[in-house]
Design a protein around this ligand. Structure first.
Ligand SMILES: CC(=O)[C@@H](O)[C@H](O)COP(=O)(O)O
Ligand SMILES: NCC(=O)COP(=O)(O)O
Length: 237
């Protein structure tokens, strides 16, 4: 089974637009699980433009499935995740002011840093994942950090899929195989959608989890959250 982890950043974006508590991020997380999500993902950014640190603490006791927290491992981020102890932390190389994630780690130049972070998280019982592109040598370097998993950055796939699905998916097939052969679990995410998810799942082997937010929450405006989650899960069957 491939887990669907619903990224609820955009629910917090909407809530923050008015300063109140509508929509309620905690209720939405619980409802995502009720509607079939296998996990909840959040990416608390330093400027708290969507998910806030307080949301992460509030969500922890409510989540019954897998809780995945993404982010750049600053000292503040590490304090947060070591207190909250989610199921998984996904390490992302984003600058503090990044609009969204646009690249994976260059692992070799960050080997000592990433190895230290991975060790601290695993010592606390937290599964780790490193956000990477499809570069196979870079994925082999990621395995040397001791990380449990990598998350393949799928935006290049999403961009090319509408015009050339075969060429779009090919590097991901190779990357997932390389990660698996290096002993890593394989996650994927960024810009996955109802349009491109099934083809990705049908071609990329060894997938354990996809985390999906922007497109899924946008689809929910038309289909409703329950039907949307069911539709994404259908793509993963
Ligand atoms: C790590 C990743 O893939 C991103 O997609 C991220 O979680 C999305 O963040 P935003 O919602 O801030 O664009
Ligand atoms: N890790 C990717 C993620 O959580 C969601 O990315 P997106 O679907 O919002 O692009």
């Amino acid at each position: 089974m491939i887990n669907l982890s619903v990224n609820i950043n955009k629910i917090a974006t909407l809530r923050n637009a008015r300063g109140g508590n509508v929509p309620n991020v905690e209720n939405v997380a619980v409802d995502c699980e009720r509607f079939g999500a296998n996990g909840i993902t959040v990416h608390p950014r330093p400027d708290e433009r969507h998910i806030r640190r307080a949301d992460v603490y509030a969500l922890r006791p409510l989540i019954r499935t897998e809780f995945n927290i993404e982010g750049y491992p600053t000292a503040d981020f590490m304090t947060l995740v070591l207190q909250v102890k989610p199921t998984q932390v996904t390490l992302v190389p984003d600058a503090p002011d990044a609009l969204t994630s646009t690249a994976g780690w260059e692992v070799a130049p960050n080997m000592e840093f990433l190895t230290g972070i991975v060790t601290r998280l695993q010592d606390a019982g937290i599964r780790t994942s490193i956000f990477v592109s499809t570069d196979v040598e870079n994925i082999r370097q990621a395995a040397k950090t001791g990380t449990d998993r990598v998350e393949l950055y799928t935006e290049p796939y999403a961009q090319l899929y509408p015009t050339d699905p075969e060429r779009a998916v090919a590097p991901f097939v190779t990357a997932a195989e390389a990660a698996h052969n290096a002993g890593l679990g394989v996650n994927a995410g960024h810009d996955l959608s109802l349009e491109n998810l099934k083809y990705f799942k049908d071609h990329v082997h060894h997938l354990l989890e996809v985390s999906i937010g922007h497109q899924l929450i946008s689809d929910a405006l038309y289909l409703g959250l329950e039907q949307t989650i069911k539709a994404y899960k259908e793509c993963l069957k």
